[in-house]
Design a protein around this ligand. Structure first.
Ligand code: CDP
Length: 198
């Protein structure tokens, strides 16, 4: 069976947790497409060559979740040739047998416009920045909350306003605002949405 769940939205909205939970619940494979852009951003050198020659070693670096990698990712993600180099891998992952969940910014709009389920997960910038800051260690984090909030806003702005594959909900995406939702409720909503289409 081929079945694609596309989960898009801005940083720290809850995409990753929801995607992993949906994949585990239905036995689908999960691809965090942000990691591809993070790996390209952190590789250095020509980003187009980095995207064309991405290896599994590049994808297993232990600094890909850092704030620096997030910023580097959103800078290389504006380049159409970088996006093009990563498209085929994502599309074939999406159509693998047994079902797939992909999370990112343009999965429902560009990578898999035919996805059986599309979710667009959001939350206010303050709430998303607080979640990311807590993930980084909260009071013990190297970065102040205000720095994380400024970076979240900067990345949102770059992701929404780029010319190629800007972040936006597909016309047929189901919107999920997790600002006032527990993660359990958000996961339950996503699971129910997928169940209804299976
Ligand atoms: O985890 P978080 O939401 O903070 O970020 P991510 O999903 O790892 O994505 C990092 C950056 O990669 C984003 O800010 C986008 O600029 C870019 N990205 C993209 O352009 N398209 C995707 N499908 C996934 C990520």
């Amino acid at each position: 069976m081929k079945f694609t769940v596309a989960i898009d939205g801005p940083a720290a909205a809850g995409k990753g947790t929801i995607s992993r939970a949906v994949a585990a619940r239905f036995g689908f494979e999960h691809l965090d497409t942000g990691l591809l852009y993070r790996a390209v951003g952190m590789k250095g050198g020509d980003p187009v060559l980095a995207a064309q020659g991405l290896t599994s070693a590049d994808l297993s670096r232990d600094d890909l979740r850092s704030l620096e990698a997030g910023q580097a990712a959103s800078q290389v993600a504006v380049l159409p040739d970088v996006r093009a180099a990563l498209t085929e891998f994502q599309r074939s992952f999406a159509r693998r047998k047994g079902g797939a969940v992909l999370d990112g910014r343009d999965i429902g709009t560009v990578i898999c416009p035919q996805a059986e389920v599309k979710l667009f997960v959001t939350a206010s910038a303050e709430i998303r920045a607080r979640r990311r800051w807590l993930e980084l260690g909260g009071e013990a984090a190297e970065e102040a909350f205000e720095v994380v909030l400024a970076q979240v806003r900067e990345r949102d702005d770059r992701d929404m306003n780029r010319a190629d594959a800007p972040m936006r909900p597909a016309a047929d995406a189901v919107m999920v605002d997790t600002s006032d939702m527990s993660i359990e409720d958000a996961v339950a909503f996503a699971v129910a949405t997928v169940s209804a289409r299976l």
